[in-house]
Design a binder for this molecule. Structure first.
Ligand SMILES: [Mg+2]
Length: 285
């Protein structure tokens, strides 16, 4: 077919984001535990993580199903925990920007998280449509309301399978997948996205992710991820990006571009301690 005068179809990107500590500040498992009075939640999670019994990020799903202290969890507790989660700023602006797209670019946004689906749907009610939220799926006993099965946990490699399903459903190219996450549950999916030339964005200083993610954005605002997205897909410059933020009523202040090499350097002989060679002291001297 010859090229027609009409504009080409827009490039379609899938933008997938984690939930806990990526779109929120706190961990929904911790919020739920506090709500129902479960003790030592973080200890339980780190014990499970050490054992590698479940995929990283899938600890809460396991506890809900198997820990006696979580037996009292009902779907209404999950919805209430969602309402108590503190969200990052500007998620509505981010969703609006992605929905609107740019000339020549179309975005489909979804949330892929190991948190129970009910928690995320409640936290993002009115912001992200429920059918774009993929969380841990729980089944309830109709008689007691107790959780009786966990059909699916999008944690660790589980996130890769949800992502692949979304790409197949939307018909997007793997290199047009962008994944945003903050923690160890995102390692598999980020390696997978990188491996197929997609873009990975970390929104925390997690050391494991910092080495894997192609970009890192540290901001209280969820809208911050728009910066690497625009630079990556459309090679936008700072001035255009600032203007876009302003068009959403946001101003981009304190924008520091940094590639940080953080280190501690010690005396290799080991015995030197404080008396070791100090280049600063010798320069000053
Ligand atoms: Mg997270």
């Amino acid at each position: 077919m010859s090229t027609s005068a009409s504009s080409p179809s827009p490039r379609h990107f899938l933008i997938a984001s984690d939930f806990d500590q990526t779109l929120s500040f706190n961990d929904s498992g911790a919020v739920l535990s506090e709500l129902i009075g479960v003790s030592r939640f973080h200890e339980k999670v780190s014990g499970l993580a050490r054992s590698n019994l479940v995929q990283q990020g899938g600890e809460l799903a396991y506890l809900i199903r198997h820990d006696p202290e979580f037996r009292g969890v009902r779907s209404e507790h999950l919805a209430e925990a969602g309402r108590r989660v503190r969200l990052r700023q500007d998620i509505p602006a981010l969703v609006e920007f992605l929905d609107r797209g740019l000339e020549g670019y179309r975005f489909s946004f979804c949330v892929i998280s190991a948190a129970p689906r009910e928690v995320i749907q409640s936290a993002l009610a009115g912001i992200v449509p429920p059918d774009r939220i993929f969380g841990t799926e729980l089944e309830y006993d109709p008689a007691t309301g107790e959780v009786c099965a966990v059909p699916r946990v999008p944690a660790g490699y589980g996130k890769v399978s949800v992502l692949e399903e979304m790409e197949a459903r939307l018909g997007t190219e793997p290199e047009r997948t962008i994944y945003v996450g903050d923690g160890s549950s995102d390692v598999h999916v980020m390696l997978h996205v990188n491996n197929r030339d997609g873009l990975t964005i970390a929104v925390s200083e997690n050391k494991m992710l910092a080495r894997i993610a192609k970009r890192t954005v540290l901001s209280d605002s969820a809208f911050g991820v728009v910066v690497p997205i625009l630079e990556h897909i459309a090679s936008w410059r700072s001035a255009e990006i600032r203007a876009l933020f302003e068009s959403y009523g946001l101003s981009l202040t304190g924008w520091e571009r940094a590639r940080t090499d953080r280190m501690t350097v010690r005396d290799a002989a080991g015995g030197g301690g404080e008396a070791g060679f100090s280049p600063l002291a010798s320069l000053a001297g």
